[in-house]
Design a protein around this ligand. Structure first.
Ligand code: KG4
Ligand code: ZN
Length: 341
């Protein structure tokens, strides 16, 4: 087994994107490619069986594109990193089996990375990345939770009791007849809307808990859509106002709890990551609130918010530098559910 480290190949396939990246030993992304799947658009959400089949069809092209862009060959790689969970089991299996096969064929170490750890460390190496420890808010289609991120350890502080915030946006978009993913569509339409028109509920707001809940706002949204649709198709302004009001309720729920976590843990450093962290209002409000609360804020750059393999590579490289890190090439297996210790 070669341990001298020049380049690492990272693979991420936990949901509906197949992504590969090559990083050098300093964590610099030499090349990266994400293959998104349009096939789910017509279903208004990810169809797991279709996702894994599409991954199988994408692997060669995505990985070869990375090698081509980096001007490297498989023989230049010294380690492989892969998301081993959580996620859709069929999708994870495609990525982990490919990564294992590559590692075995080239006699390389393989590192299994938790998907959320990747999101939390996606901005690592950027000049304005936060000092450890910090509080991380990860918001995506599959996850909504708060994390305490320390130098050598990540602890989950809370999660959603029901839907993830991105899932609420995706389902709301589906109710309006839009495709998947709905979050960016809602975000765009909300820009023209009046956020004060509908008073959607913000769950658990007055409670001291750090947990989230988005099923109530989703139901309230559905009722309002049904109510307005009684008189015919929704007017453009109605749609915009619905989107703006929903976006405001979700953003406030997220930031209330993130700031509560910073206060209760007495850690004035907050990171936002995951696909929903691309949301324009979330980014703007987070900046405003962080300023008032004297919290150092790191907004993961939008291109690293949605699923990508560079974040998996960064998390793996960091792990490999830890003194107690053990190489375990063949013990890595896909797990649909996997928690932080
Ligand atoms: O992190 P990600 O790529 O995949 C998961 O790990 O789930 O996040 C995808 C989610 C989708 O639910 C998508 O609708 C949401 O992120 N999303 C957004 C925005 N861009 C992506 N939600 C709200 N506003 C956006 N601008
Ligand atoms: Zn993700």
């Amino acid at each position: 087994m070669r341990l001298f480290m020049n380049y690492l190949l990272a693979i991420e396939s936990s949901c509906d994107d197949f992504a590969a990246a090559i990083l050098n030993s300093d964590g610099v992304v030499v090349s990266q490619f994400v293959q998104s799947q349009l096939i789910h658009n017509e279903y208004g959400g990810v169809v797991p069986e279709l996702a894994s089949r599409e991954h199988l069809a994408s692997i060669d092209r995505v990985v070869m594109t990375c090698f081509h862009e980096a001007g490297l060959t498989p023989r230049d790689i010294d380690a492989v990193a892969v998301t081993h969970g959580p996620g859709l089991i069929g999708s994870l299996l495609v990525g982990t089996q490919f990564a294992k096969g590559f590692a075995i064929a080239q006699n390389l170490p393989l590192v299994g990375v938790h998907h959320v750890e990747g999101h939390l460390l996606a901005g690592l190496g950027e000049p304005d990345f936060l000092q450890f420890p910090f509080i991380g808010l990860i918001v995506s289609g599959g996850h909504t939770g708060l994390y305490l991120v320390e130098e050598t350890h990540i602890t989950q502080l809370s999660e959603t009791r029901d839907d993830a915030a991105g899932e609420a946006f995706d389902k709301a978009a589906k109710m309006l007849g839009f495709g998947y993913p709905g979050g960016p569509i809602i975000d765009r339409l909300a820009e023209q809307g009046d956020a004060s028109r509908f008073d959607f509920p913000i769950a658990l707001r007055s409670w001291q808990t750090l947990e989230f809940s988005f099923s109530g706002v989703k139901t309230a949204f559905r009722k309002e859509v049904q109510n307005l649709s009684q008189h015919g198709p929704l007017a453009e302004q109605d749609v915009a106002d619905l989107c703006a009001s929903l976006r405001k309720a979700v953003v406030e729920a997220l930031l209330d709890k993130a700031i509560l976590a910073c206060r209760t843990k007495q850690i004035p450093r907050l990171l936002l990551g995951g696909g929903v962290a691309c949301n324009r209002l979330l980014r703007k409000e987070a900046q405003e609130r962080a300023l008032v609360q004297d919290i150092a804020l790191y907004l993961t750059p939008p291109k690293w918010c949605t699923d990508n393999a560079a974040m998996i590579g960064k998390a793996a490289l960091r792990r490999m530098k830890m003194p107690d890190f053990l190489l375990a090439p063949l013990t890595v297996s896909a797990r649909a559910e996997i928690s932080h210790s």
